[in-house]
Ligand binder design. Structure first.
Ligand code: SAH
Length: 340
């Protein structure tokens, strides 16, 4: 059955109009779902029984099954089972500025990045909007606190599930939904150029993070097959246009892989590549996983890399690490659970 959490507020208004009913029920229903957090239609008091019965026939209120939570200092890792038995992960991080959640957008991933656990098995399916919304609702329920920041950086490529992800953003941003400010929402993509083009017209001030991971086509194509389809020059030109048009924030993510992309020459090339683009670079210490054969760069090498970017006047930060003790690298819990 379709989930009620799949509908944004306009779709709910259309639903009520279609049923010769009042549009404002959509506001009321959003309030019951996202403010009062009801778990059954019976708890809803200001909408008439007949209307609720109709809704109940078509839209389920059911939740995801929480299979496992691992808790460590400032980080919780959640493993959820979906209605069809598939597993996904969400990670909650407690920052000094608030609670931030990393949500999954697909079961598996087709992008095939060589260093990434999620891509080891192909995409099984896209997540529905509801399955993303529920990751947030159920983690909030577990921690009994609100989440202020959302990054779509879990399992999956969000731009390969474009419509559902955008609807998800509309729902969590809505003043009657979860009220998460658009500037507190980040989509992370490996760089699917036509979708970046499309995303320029999405009227929300959300952030875009681009997984770069290499400063030249030869290396990037080896690590990330998507680069063979949309090489760096095309990607960079699109991002420049994106920045001009939207004035939104862009971050470049760059995982440091020992001996692969962490040398001085790479840092210099990277500086050149993004010189003049108003963005910053987030250097990510690699979270090594058993199956893939990559190692994390030595700390001294990470510092060197950082210093070169700084010297070249690139805005750069090193990502604070969460959860390496509890398999928090993308896809690791799912892999363990399903013995992939
Ligand atoms: N498909 C999207 C979002 C999911 S991956 C994307 O490519 O951006 C989120 C980020 O985690 C990406 O930058 C990805 O390259 C990175 N990542 C994947 N495996 C990792 C690992 N083992 N350690 C650290 N970062 C990892």
């Amino acid at each position: 059955m379709n989930s009620i959490y799949n509908m944004d507020i306009e779709e709910m208004e259309e639903y009520f109009l279609r049923h010769d009913d009042k549009k404002f029920h959509a506001d009321q229903l959003f309030n019951w779902l996202y403010e009062k957090r009801v778990s059954s239609y019976e708890e809803i008091t200001n909408i008439k029984k007949e209307t609720l019965n109709n809704l109940k026939q078509e839209y389920s209120l059911s939740k995801l099954t929480l299979v496992n939570v691992e808790k460590d200092t400032d980080v919780n890792k959640y493993l959820f089972k979906l209605n069809d038995g598939q597993h996904i992960e969400a990670v909650l991080m407690n920052h000094n500025y608030g609670n931030s959640i990393c949500v999954s957008s697909q079961v598996g991933c087709n992008m095939g990045c060589k260093f990434c656990e999620s891509g080891r098995r192909k995409k099984v399916r896209n997540l529905e909007t509801a399955e993303m919304v529920l990751q947030i609702l159920q983690v909030e329920e577990d921690i009994k606190a609100r989440i202020s920041h959302v990054v779509i950086m879990g399992i999956g490529e969000p731009f390969d599930n474009y419509d559902n992800v955008l609807r998800f953003i509309k729902i969590i941003n809505h003043p009657k939904g979860l009220q998460i400010g658009s500037r507190h929402i980040t989509i992370s993509s490996c760089g699917i150029v036509p979708k970046i083009e499309e995303f320029m017209d999405f009227p929300y001030q959300v952030n875009l993070a681009i997984s770069l991971h290499a400063p030249n086509d030869e290396l990037r194509s080896k690590l990330m097959p998507i680069n063979k389809v949309y090489p760096l020059e095309q990607l960079m030109n699109t991002l420049k246009k994106y920045l001009q048009k939207t004035n939104r924030r862009i971050t470049f993510e760059y995982i440091l892989l020992d001996g692969i992309n962490d040398q001085t020459t790479h840092a210099e090339q990277l500086s050149k590549l993004i010189k003049g683009i108003n963005a910053y670079v987030n250097l990510i210490p690699y979270n090594a996983t058993d199956n893939l054969g990559f190692n994390r760069s030595k700390t001294i090498q990470i510092m060197k890399f950082y210093d070169i970017l700084k010297k070249n006047k690139i805005n750069v930060t090193i990502r604070r690490e969460f959860g390496s003790k509890i398999s928090a690298a993308c896809g690791q819990l799912r892999s363990k659970e399903e013995a992939l």
